[in-house]
Design a protein around this ligand. Structure first.
Ligand code: NOJ
Length: 765
């Protein structure tokens, strides 16, 4: 009897913190600290170490084993599992554990969850924070409805090298713009209170500089000066911290020789001390074990020790924390305090996610489970179509071949035209290809006249055996390229024949989604050979030719640009991509997307980005033979500049009016232009303001984006667009890493892309 009473008492005591927390004010920081300290005191070393593990069901951890680990508090979070019923089983197991510490559930929700939105570089082409908010809010709601608490996004790595396959996931090449997108997405995902269903914790990634991996080769390293790092690469991560991001995922790569996972400077000095980041720090997949391949740890034990000492809180996938930390602590190599510090962050994240108040907050009750998790009613098609339309960038439109005439006979050609898988893009969470609208479907829906819609595949995405071998490798995720049994020549002939019977040809070409993905770096940036041949053959028919590009990075497509009458960049535009593309092709929506990256003319120009330094010998347009900083065997400059994108109407931009030419600190300088819609129809555009510090203590970029405004103008309408600048906008990190504005001359430039700008000058005193 006494034993039973004791058991009851112990059970009550064990669950006391949980009950107490339910009653406490979620927003109270001291209540949170008190709750966590109380819980921590009751935990054994093994339970603590369990909290530091983020694991998934797999060969290494079969489902039964993971359930047992959850029941014994030997795992803190689960990823790659999705759906309420599935997650409930894990949470039930955790609720059976001694201290009833809930698990959290995470997933790669990168650009949508069930409803897939455009990939990151596509969202970044909107220059529209409302569109990003809509995509983020929808994804958060859908992820939460599927029981998820955390998403491994946003991906905020600056990319200046399109050879990197993950250029597709981020916001492009500009730090200032990326920082804004990052903050917007974090706020959209997390909402104003993480403790309620419908909001999920964001985990920004990959801290830091993943996009600067040498040569665009994934997993390579970055060596970089501190001023460049602070100025051009770190702002998006910092913006995530300022926006209150709950978690930060470390990059795989080594920064100035030290892998992020064991990089004390990066984690403790920069992220924790300088930026005062208060959230959870997680590793990337297997990254602790990878410290051995990096050559900074001689074995798993050392790897686990380095990572925890550097400040990593939670390790994703590998089991080294579980296997090595207990003995590292017993031997004194790792202190109890180091473990406790990490555990506090994990518990703190769970507290913030509302899981101590209700472990089933997002999983919900069985009675509310959807019958079919893929049910059409769970999609948000309207939102996806709206955002996708905004992400499309019109790169060329000669002789007004677009919008298409609805009475024309249209030939849709190309290996990506009918693909419902590729249009979703990589990292498409649990978006279903069966529910996606291909470009062909979208055109068919809009045309509504099957007799005037012709189709030919024309070519496979690629016929290169080496490339196919990579893309279609067993277990490749996503499994990729469909190979047509017909010969390339017969496919080409069919396409040419079909084109001859049409009034206009729409060729949907580019990369399969696996070509722009993790681990998918390219040494070339052109269209694969057979697709390039297809474009030339279509051009030779003399029919008006519209290219619809589907790809995840900037491509070098000079020849195709020359061959085509119109070029529309569509990235991977998601579930409603085909309808959105048709909206633009037929003129039901006037495109206004702008490139967030520079398109090079050839791969040899890479890295090429708009905010480069001037050098001692800048290119001289009036003397191309001079020895200047350029490639003599390539035309100077990009194929399409950063910020570029056309509309079905035209705009003019007046000269700049400045409110003053001398700016004292504390004062505001106004810069304005008059933008006029000189074309035949209403349209939106993005007015962009750049500055240049003409002479400073270190060489400064020829242009840096500082402001932009999206405006809508009716035909013939004009608007004055005014921007205010102050000392704050002129600051940069100098050689001593001081963030300061230096007195002297500045140039202010305003235009509708980064190349074609008006200029005025002023002086800072
Ligand atoms: C590795 C990737 O680098 C990261 O972005 C992703 O979130 C994790 N795997 C989990 O899938």
């Amino acid at each position: 009897m006494r034993k039973i009473a004791w058991l009851v008492l112990m059970t009550l005591l064990a669950s006391a913190p949980v009950l107490a927390q339910r009653l406490s004010d979620q927003t109270s920081a001291s209540a949170k600290v008190h709750f966590i300290e109380n819980l921590l005191q009751q935990m054994t070393l093994d339970e603590k170490i369990g909290q530091l593990r983020l694991n998934c069901v797999g060969v290494q951890s079969p489902r039964e084993q993971l359930l047992q680990e959850a029941a014994a508090s030997r795992v803190g979070g689960i990823f790659y599992a999705v759906g309420r019923a599935d997650l409930r089983e894990f949470q039930d197991a955790a609720m059976g554990s001694r201290l009833k510490i809930p698990l959290f559930f995470a997933y790669d929700v990168i650009h949508g969850h069930r409803t897939i939105f455009p990939i990151g570089i596509g969202l970044a082409s909107t220059w529209d924070m409302d569109a990003v908010t809509l995509a983020g809010r929808t994804a958060a709601q859908e992820a939460s409805d599927d029981g998820l608490d955390m998403v491994f996004s946003p991906m905020v790595d600056i990319t200046r090298d399109p050879r990197w396959g993950r250029a597709s996931e981020g916001w492009g090449e500009d730090a200032w713009l990326s920082a804004r997108y990052t903050a917007t997405m974090v706020e959209a995902l997390q909402g104003s209170n993480l403790g309620v269903a419908g909001n999920v914790m964001a985990s920004a990634k990959h801290f830091a500089l993943y996009g600067a991996a040498e040569g665009g080769r994934d997993y390579n390293s970055a060596d970089m000066s501190l001023p460049r790092m602070y100025q051009d690469y770190l702002p998006p991560y910092r913006a995530a911290v300022r926006a209150g991001v709950g978690a930060m995922m470390l990059t795989y790569i080594a920064i100035n020789g030290v892998p992020a996972t064991s990089n004390t400077w990066l984690i403790r000095d920069l992220l924790r001390k300088q930026w005062r980041f208060k959230g959870l720090i997680i590793s990337d997949f297997n990254a602790v074990a990878d410290l051995v391949s990096h050559g900074v740890a001689s074995n798993g034990r050392e790897a686990a020790m380095l990572a925890i000492k550097a400040g990593l809180n939670m390790s994703m996938f590998d089991t080294l924390f579980r296997d090595e930390l207990p003995d590292l602590v017993r031997s004194g190599a790792v202190s109890q305090e180091e473990i406790d510090d990490a555990v506090r962050e994990v518990l703190g994240a769970k507290y913030d996610m509302g899981l101590f108040a209700d472990p089933y907050l997002r999983i919900g009750a069985v009675s509310d489970d959807p019958q079919d998790i893929h049910d059409e009613s769970r999609l948000h098609r309207e939102q996806a179509r709206d955002v996708a339309r905004k992400s499309l960038v019109l790169l060329k439109n000669q002789r007004n071949v677009l919008p298409l005439d609805r009475t024309a006979v249209i030939a849709v050609v190309g290996p990506l035209a009918k693909s419902r898988l590729d249009i979703l893009g990589n990292w498409s969470a649990i978006g279903s290809a069966a529910q996606a609208v291909s470009v062909y479907d979208g055109i068919a829906n809009a045309l509504g006249a099957p007799e005037r819609l012709l189709y030919a595949r024309g070519a496979d995405v690629t016929d290169d055996p080496q490339v196919l071998n990579f893309l279609n490798a067993p277990g490749a995720n996503p499994a990729d390229v469909e190979v047509d049994p017909r010969s390339p020549t017969s496919m080409l002939q069919e396409a040419v024949e079909v084109a001859r019977h049409a009034d206009v040809v729409v060729a949907v070409v580019g990369e399969s989604r696996g070509m722009s993905y993790e681990g998918a770096s390219r040494a070339s940036l052109g269209l694969p050979a057979y697709q390039a041949r297809l474009i030339q053959a279509l051009k030779a028919t003399g029919k008006p030719l519209v290219l619809v590009l589907m790809n995840g990075r900037a491509l070098s497509i000079g020849k195709e640009h020359d061959a085509a009458d119109a070029v529309l960049e569509t990235w991977y535009s998601g579930t409603e991509g085909g309808n959105a593309i048709a909206d633009v092709l037929f003129g039901d929506y006037n495109p206004s997307g702008k490139l967030p990256v520079t398109f090079p003319r050839s791969v040899g120009q890479v890295p090429t980005y708009y905010n480069h330094l001037n050098t001692n010998r800048p290119y001289q347009a009036n003397d191309p033979r001079a020895q200047t900083s350029r490639y003599f065997d390539e035309e100077y400059g990009p194929l399409y500049p950063f910020g570029f994108g056309l509309s079905y109407t035209q705009f003019s931009v007046s000269d700049i009016t400045l409110t003053r030419h001398n700016l004292n600190r504390g004062e505001v300088l106004g810069a304005s232009v008059v933008v006029k819609n000189t074309g035949p129809r209403a349209g939106a555009t993005v007015v962009q303001l750049y500055i240049r510090d003409i002479s400073a203590s270190i060489s400064r970029p020829v242009k840096e984006l500082k402001r932009y405004r999206r405006i809508m103008l009716q035909a013939g309408e004009e608007k004055t667009v005014s921007f205010n600048l102050s000392e704050q906008d002129l600051k940069f990190y100098n050689a001593k890493l001081e963030y300061a504005a230096e007195a002297g001359a500045f140039s202010v430039m305003i235009g509708l892309d980064s190349r074609d700008v008006k200029e005025a000058r002023f002086e800072l005193f």
